[in-house]
Ligand binder design. Structure first.
Ligand code: SF4
Length: 211
């Protein structure tokens, strides 16, 4: 645990502005952005959401929209059609079962189309400051494995390993920091270990393959 905290401290020094990467103002904006963000660069999502959020402000607005309506705004996002369908279906459930409010409950969130455990954790942590686990996105999975923080490859097992290793008050920033490091230095497929501020604590320094 001490070593992991030292690494997090060093990463914070290297990435002082690391934060959640998708732009949003409300939990509903966040839910929509998070659904759109699967397998697409954050910049692409952040590019389309200002106009989308200006037009669609409530779950009811989305629930009453058609896929074609949403595609006018999100058409350039990967798998836009499926994501638009999921947004509409999720917002219909939010409207019908949750009085138009994004639920603050992980079990209710994962019942919504397009929302898995990872996205539910993201919404709870960043939308409501309810932190229930380390969010294991692709960067967190890669960097934590290389650092030797997990031997697992399954995201849910990795989350359990990280939750056990890292004190709860650092869970939220762990994703931000590992993602910042994964994008800048500990890249896939080849990390730039010579430029790594946490190289001396890394078990897989210089190893390209991570899983
Ligand atoms: S030493 Fe290399 S593999 Fe380890 S965290 Fe740094 S960049 Fe990643």
């Amino acid at each position: 645990m001490e070593k992991a905290l030292t690494v997090l401290k060093e990463l914070k020094r290297s990435y002082p502005n690391a934060k959640y990467y998708l732009n949003f103002k409300t939990p509903l904006d966040l839910l929509v952005a998070a659904i759109l963000s699967a397998q697409v660069r954050d910049e692409v999502v952040n590019d389309v959401t200002p106009a989308l959020f200006a037009k669609y402000r409530t779950a009811k607005d989305y629930a009453n929209a058609s896929v074609d309506d949403l595609l006018k705004y999100v058409g350039k996002v990967t798998f836009a059609g499926n994501k638009a369908k999921n947004i509409i279906a999720a917002c219909r459930i939010i409207e019908e079962k949750h009085s138009g409010k994004v639920p603050k409950d992980i079990d209710a969130l994962v019942e919504l189309p397009g929302i898995g455990r990872k996205t539910a954790l993201v919404i709870l942590a960043n939308g409501f400051d309810i932190v229930q686990g380390v969010v294991c996105d692709t960067h967190v999975i890669r960097v934590s494995y290389r650092l030797g923080w997990t031997k697992n490859t399954n995201p849910e097992k990795i989350e359990k390993d990280l939750n056990a290793l890292i004190p709860k008050d650092h869970w939220k920033e762990t994703q931000w920091l590992l993602k910042a490091h994964g994008r800048a230095v500990c890249k896939a497929p080849t990390p730039v270990c010579s430029a790594c501020p946490v190289q001396k604590w890394c078990l897989k320094a210089g190893v390209k393959k991570y899983i």
